[in-house]
Design a protein around this ligand. Structure first.
Ligand code: GLY
Length: 575
């Protein structure tokens, strides 16, 4: 009897397992956008997607089930995020994709926004030559020419399913609506005044009453734009009706993106920035993102220091990492910008002798003041609202995408009739080289505004290879904290032997050379903070959370451990 029962139970479990790994043969993913939830961690065999929103992660996995690969899933997930996560998911922004394909090829795709043709170096200076950060951060003039749609189509050459299929879930989410979470309601309520101020046509995001958790957000204009993209491809965005709506919006709001700017926008394939670390190959984004290069510098500056023996969150390890972060960010301010416009000395900055030289001033007993590292140059503060997604499939394709509008909800300007937010990415340029902006920080000449140039980014979509196979797929939002969060997440796994979950959830810290202070988040050990203060370190006000890291780690049994950050609504899905 006992045996029979066990066999029956086994059969039931088998059926359930088969059902959950069944391929979705329908043409559109079936997702309930009115009643859904997300999980933080999955272990999956066939593929996984981690993103900032449960619905977007579900869309990605459904695309995998329909026979798509990781690139298909990344495209569909980004399009879904453009609907369900308007803070940072976007059509009106830009991003970077790093991929490692099953044939061994690495791909680095740049779809960063670019400065409009009539942009110029001093465009954010007032009559007295002072930087006007209101104009670089809010409203029509703060927008660079959007790159996302061009990027999605450029990446599609590695996908398997027709683009029309990949965009369909986003169309349905926009057209039929989805139920918003408490944090989404809060986000929209917080920007209501800006939405009224910086829009010429009242967007759907403005309601007479406050948004509540459980409200349904329907975006008909956005659905229309998505349908034009579905019908006409990238031209459905950069030309025709959508381009007309964007340029008309610009005219109404004294912005400068022109028909020509839109038509001329091109996503660019670049050579990935790769380096070796203790037998791992780390693949990241080159300029115009500083992420890959900063990560390279930081990892190499600790490589010979036996950090694992120091221990996680030990005084020694935190101090060493802080000093490393300080030195890398000093280089960022001076040397990094769009390499198509400015000669970035990448080989010098990653030369082992140079990095050893940088560490000569490192003293394990006390803080090195930032003034001693590089006087003069200053650093730009970036907004922290960006979003990352990590995807992997059973064929061996891995994709890391970080995409952004810059600020949360970008410029706060929604294109009238087209329903999507425009970025305020122009603020990622040094709006006045050499002079601090209203936040006390700027960048250098390398990142000065020029027409067609792409503003320096910190986004760090990263893939780590072990034995020449994808091992970790990772990235996070967080402005200038992005490279340091990825640095710490990788050190947590590679050096401190942590699970993906711990590597992401454990409290992080950040130093960016200027301001000369350590930023910590909730949970940072008080005793270490106190000891560091005694060594001469200053701290900024503690923050609730730093970053929202989405990670997939390939386990030794070949399964995928997909972990979504617990600092937001982020969700992992797999099958
Ligand atoms: N706007 C954030 C970044 O690109 O780093």
């Amino acid at each position: 009897m006992q045996k029979k029962f066990t066999a029956f139970l086994f059969l039931l479990l088998l059926l359930a397992a088969c059902k959950s790994s069944q391929k979705n043969t329908s043409t559109t993913p079936v997702i309930n956008a009115y009643n859904y939830s997300g999980v933080k961690k999955v272990i999956a065999e066939n593929g996984a997607v981690v993103s900032a929103h449960p619905l977007a992660s579900k869309v990605g996995v459904e695309i995998l089930k329909m026979g798509g690969n990781a690139v298909d899933a990344a495209i569909a997930t980004q399009l879904a995020l453009a609907v369900v996560y308007p803070n940072a998911g976007n059509l009106g922004g830009g991003g970077f994709m790093v991929a490692r394909l099953s044939n061994g090829e690495t791909v680095a795709l740049d779809y960063r926004e670019m400065a409009p043709g009539s942009a110029h170096r001093d465009m954010y200076l007032d009559a007295n030559g002072n930087a006007d950060t209101d104009k670089s951060q809010l409203g029509h003039l703060s927008s660079g020419v959007p790159g996302t749609v061009a990027g999605l189509f450029a990446s599609h050459k590695y996908a398997k399913l027709p683009f029309e299929k990949l965009i369909q879930p986003a169309i349905e989410l926009a057209e039929k609506g989805f139920v918003i979470s408490a944090s989404e309601a809060r986000g929209l309520n917080n920007i209501k005044n800006d939405l009224v101020k910086y829009n010429t046509v009242r967007p759907v995001f403005v309601k007479n009453t406050a948004w509540q958790k459980g409200d349904t957000l329907v975006q008909k204009d956005l659905a229309g734009t998505l349908k034009r993209i579905q019908q006409f491809g990238a031209a459905g965005f950069y030309e025709g009706e959508t381009a007309r709506l964007i340029t008309e919006e610009m005219k109404r709001g004294t912005g400068i993106i022109s028909t020509e700017d839109l038509k001329n926008y091109k996503a660019k394939f670049r050579t990935a920035h790769s380096f070796d670390y203790k037998g791992y190959k780390i693949v990241g984004m080159p300029m115009p993102s500083s992420g890959g290069l900063l990560l390279h510098q930081m990892m190499k500056m600790i490589e010979d220091k036996n950090i694992s023996a120091m221990g996680f969150h030990s005084l020694q390890a935190v101090q060493l990492m802080t000093e490393v972060e300080r030195r890398a960010f000093a280089d960022r301010a001076e040397y990094m910008g769009d390499a198509d416009y400015y000669k970035v000395p990448v080989s010098m900055l990653t030369n082992e002798v140079y990095l050893q030289e940088r560490m000569k001033s490192y003293d394990p007993a006390k803080a090195t003041p930032s003034t001693m590292i590089k006087p003069g140059g200053l650093l730009q503060t970036e907004s922290e609202e960006t979003t990352h997604l990590s995807v992997i499939d059973k064929e061996g394709n891995a994709v890391a995408v970080t995409t952004t509008l810059n600020n949360s909800y970008g410029s706060r300007t929604v294109v009238g009739g087209a329903g999507f937010f425009l970025n305020d990415e122009m603020d990622d340029f040094s709006i006045k080289p050499g002079v601090p902006n209203m936040y006390g920080a700027v960048g250098g000449e390398a990142n000065a505004i020029k027409p067609g140039k792409r503003m320096l980014s910190s986004m760090t979509p990263t893939i780590v290879l072990k034995d020449n196979k994808p091992y970790i797929v990772v990235g996070t939002p967080g402005g200038t904290t992005i490279p340091t969060q990825i640095f710490q997440t990788l050190v947590n796994i590679i050096e401190f032997n942590m699970s993906a979950e711990d590597a992401v959830y454990k409290s992080k810290f950040h130093h960016q050379w200027l301001p000369d202070e350590i930023m910590t988040e909730k949970g940072f050990p008080a005793a270490v903070k106190e000891a560091l203060q005694k060594m001469g370190y200053s701290f900024s006000k503690e923050r609730g959370g730093i970053g929202r890291t989405e990670i997939i780690k390939v386990l030794s049994n070949g399964k995928f451990e997909a972990v979504a950050d617990n600092r937001g609504d982020d969700a992992a899905e797999g099958w």
